[in-house]
Design a binder for this molecule. Structure first.
Ligand code: UD1
Ligand code: UDP
Length: 367
């Protein structure tokens, strides 16, 4: 099989890293295409360096723009690469505009699409990511799902491709790096934080931070929780959120310490030592569940309901009273839940499926 891997944002780099390493380990040739959707060093290059990934073979440098213009620029660039390389399969991951562009460009050239992290649904069409997920799943030939539940969603929708339950590659990434983070990261000392005595916050979803009232409400709830419990809150801020704060003139309450985005090891270290995480990120909901840190999700829906079912996550929404209540419910919760996203061998199963080796998918989702 000749493979083209298309990626463009921070979570795609992190969740594709185990797949790329598996390709390298098996001597499976691949062409790595970076769309350039993320380009700031701390959202991009830092992960290539830390996760020891090869530099992209092709960099499209599309940068930030409206959804249509950004996706169009990617489509044009990816199509050229595919015509040139003539791959058997194009791998995309997740639900970003880069994922959509990679899948559409391939499907239009009749090249098989493999969707890593297929089948997630928030059932909220206000999210740009939901559109991307649905479209990509319906043009994909291989749908690599994290759980049995996501497989059922896909069957119900009647997707045309072949569904393989592999587990989520985020488990592979966390298992490969959590110990390294504990050993090497000095972030706790650098920020003068003690394990268990602080909370972590991330918020970057367009439907939250692009609306000044919603963003204010989210920050107010977390600040009230911090006041009530005496926990400091650390917020490694996504550039989108920072630019919205600047644009709206929203002040972050004093209880919340805003810092620059962190690299993967420092972020993993904070996630695994925080008393609690408040987040609207998809990846952070999963990683907290894997690392045993209770999570409060600052949204009304989640495409990761497994985290809620196992008791690792609480969907709070944005109302401050609800955020405080959810925080109080989750704080101190014993992390005795099972990890629903597989056993850390998702990348192996994906490569097995692509190279048509017998797979044992039975143990993929440890539910
Ligand atoms: C994108 C994804 C989102 C994902 C997130 C991961 C889509 C529709 N959204 O959101 O699903 O959760 O990445 O982090 O694909 N910016 C920078 N530097 C960068 C990149 C962006 O400063 O390297 C700023 C720019 O002001 C830009 C804004 O962030 O306008 C938004 O960037 P964009 O890539 O459009 O979406 P994200 O919010 O990053
Ligand atoms: N992450 C990181 N540094 C940070 C914040 C997040 O390395 O300061 C990592 C985190 O470990 C997870 C991924 O980025 O693997 C989540 O990405 P993000 O929240 O941007 O996107 P989403 O998962 O919501 O699409």
């Amino acid at each position: 099989e000749s493979i083209v891997v298309v990626l463009g944002t921070r979570p795609e780099i992190i969740k594709f890293a185990p797949v790329i390493r598996e390709c390298l380990a098996r001597d499976v040739p691949f062409t790595l295409v970076h769309t350039g959707q993320h380009y700031s060093r701390e959202l991009d290059r830092v992960f290539f360096e830390q996760l020891d990934l090869p530099a992209p073979d092709v960099h499209l440098d599309v940068g930030s723009d409206s959804h249509g213009r950004q996706t169009a620029a990617m489509l044009e660039g990816i199509e050229d690469v595919l015509v040139d390389v003539e791959p058997d399969v194009v791998l995309v991951q997740g639900d970003t505009n880069s994922t959509l562009a990679g899948a559409l460009a391939a499907a239009k050239l009749n090249v098989d699409v493999g969707h890593v992290e297929a089948g997630l649904r928030s059932f909220d069409r206000e999210m740009p990511e939901e559109t991307n997920r649905v479209v990509v799943d319906h043009v994909a030939e291989y749908l690599f799902t994290p759980t049995e539940e996501t497989r059922l969603y896909l069957e119900r929708e009647g997707v045309a491709g072949q569904v393989v339950v592999t587990g989520n590659t985020v488990v592979d990434a966390v298992y490969q790096y959590a110990d390294v983070a504990a050993e090497k990261s000095t972030v706790l000392d650098d920020l003068e934080l003690s394990p268990g005595e602080f909370c972590l916050l991330t918020a970057h979803r367009a439907e939250n931070v692009d609306h000044p009232d919603r963003f204010r409400s989210l920050l107010a709830g977390v600040a009230q929780f911090a006041d009530l419990t005496g926990h400091e809150v650390v917020y490694p801020i996504h550039p989108r959120a920072q630019s919205r704060l600047d644009e709206f003139g929203v002040d972050v309450p004093d209880e919340i310490r805003v810092i620059d985005p962190l690299d993967f090891l420092d972020f993993l270290r904070l996630e695994s030592t925080a008393a609690l995480a408040f987040t609207d990120s998809g990846g952070v909901q999963e990683e907290c569940c894997i690392l045993g840190t209770p999570c409060v999700t600052l949204r009304y829906t989640t495409e990761r309901p497994e985290t809620v079912y196992v008791g690792a996550n609480c969907l709070a929404g944005l109302d401050p009273a609800d955020v405080v209540a959810a925080g109080s419910l989750m704080l101190g919760k014993q992390p005795d839940w099972t990890i629903p996203f597989g056993d850390g061998r998702a990348a192996e199963r994906i490569l097995d499926a692509l190279t048509e080796v017998e797979t044992d998918t039975d143990t993929a989702a440890a539910t």
